[in-house]
Each structure stands twice: as C-alpha cells, then as structure tokens.
Design a protein around this ligand. Sequence first.
Ligand code: HPA
Length: 234
Amino acid sequence: MSIHIAAKLGEIAPTVLMPGDPLRAQYIANKYLKDAICYNQVRGMLGYTGTYKGKTISIQGSGMGIPSCSIYVNELITAYKVQRIVRVGSCGSLQTDVKIRDIIVAQSASTDSSLNERAFHGKSFAPAASFELLLRTYKKAEELKTKVRVGGVISTDIFYDEPDFWKIWSNYGVLAIEMEAAAIYTLAAKHRIDALAILTVSDHLVTHEACTAEEREKTFDQMLELALETVITF
Ligand code: HPA
C-alpha cells in the first residue's frame, strides 16, 4: 500500500494506462480487460488490473492537473515499480489544422506549471516522451490505419485562464492543451521509466467547437485500442 493507492505489492502491472477520469478507468477495465480486479478505491481514484490479449495491464485514474496526477505517478513508480505509463486523455486543439476528434501523440510537453522551475532552480527542463513508446505507437497507428498527429502539447495548471492565454503556445506550433503530460514525462525521466501521452481532441480553442459525448466515446475507443495494442508489443 502507498498513501493514495490501496493495492498490495504485485497487484499493479509494470504497464499502466492512465486516464484522468477514474470512471474512464472503470470503463476501460469493463470494456477491454479480462478478469479485472479493482485494486484501488481510495478517494474514488479507481485502479484496475486485468489482462488484454493475455498480457497483464493496469488502468489507474490520475485526477485532473499536475498535483493530482503527480501523486499517482510517483506512487506507481516508487511503491509499485511501474515501468511504463501511457496517459490516455483529452485535450483542446490550438491549431486550425488539428480537428475535433483527432488523435495526438505528445512528443513533448511544455508547461506553465512551476514544477520544473522549482526542481531546476529557475532553469528550464524539456519534458519529452519516451522515444521507444512513441515509435511503437506511431508504427502501430500506421498498422491499424489510425491517423495520429505527433507534436508538442502544453500542460497547463489553469483550465479557466484569461482570454487568448493559449496563443503564445499556438504561435510556436504547440498542437494542443491538456493538464498532465509534463508531470508524467518529468517523473518518468527522473525515475528512468517510459512514458507517453496519447490524447483525443475534445474541444477547440480556435473554433470553439466541442465533441458530443457520443463522439468523445467513439474517438476515445480508437485511442484506447491504439494504446492497448501498442503496450502489448513489449
Ligand atoms: N484546457 C485544458 N485542458 C484540457 C482542455 C482545455 O481546453 N481540453 C481538454 N483538456
């Protein structure tokens, strides 16, 4: 047991898929895993372990934002020796050519959080995806004929920010905004594990479009299948 995760040692797989929403973790476990057990209900942040095509995989909710997500990632790595974390989440597009329902593979994660400014004493660290995971995901996407966009995202601390705050990131080619990837990539680097964020575009900061619940579910499934089919190649 760790402070926020009730699993016994050995109950969490070396590979974890990590949605922000704990009910998404439940949805993934119910829909895709065989013989799933729920190993965590502390604070409602559901975690499951089961098998997908014979390989043991865990699904752990992260909650929203860097502070919540960092707690779970830290504990998964240090207490449960997790080796691979794939965030499966949603994001808002910052580019006109990145459309609602597109799937983004986050190569890098800039941030307006102070997490690295603090850790690096004012200097800047570049949170980046695991190349191995990114490469395998890209190849799997080609094999599955799932269209993906690979590029940078910004992990923000503020969902309800000032108007136009996002334009500085958009001007530098950042594809989309979300709230967790920079922390996952930073902790993965610190502890020498592999991490990647795969995201579906649920809303658009340029055009103000948003997905319907039904569209969100369908695209989410396509992204999940990509993540699951990739992690079982390890
Ligand atoms: N901002 C931050 N995080 C998000 C957004 C957004 O617009 N959409 C999905 N995750």
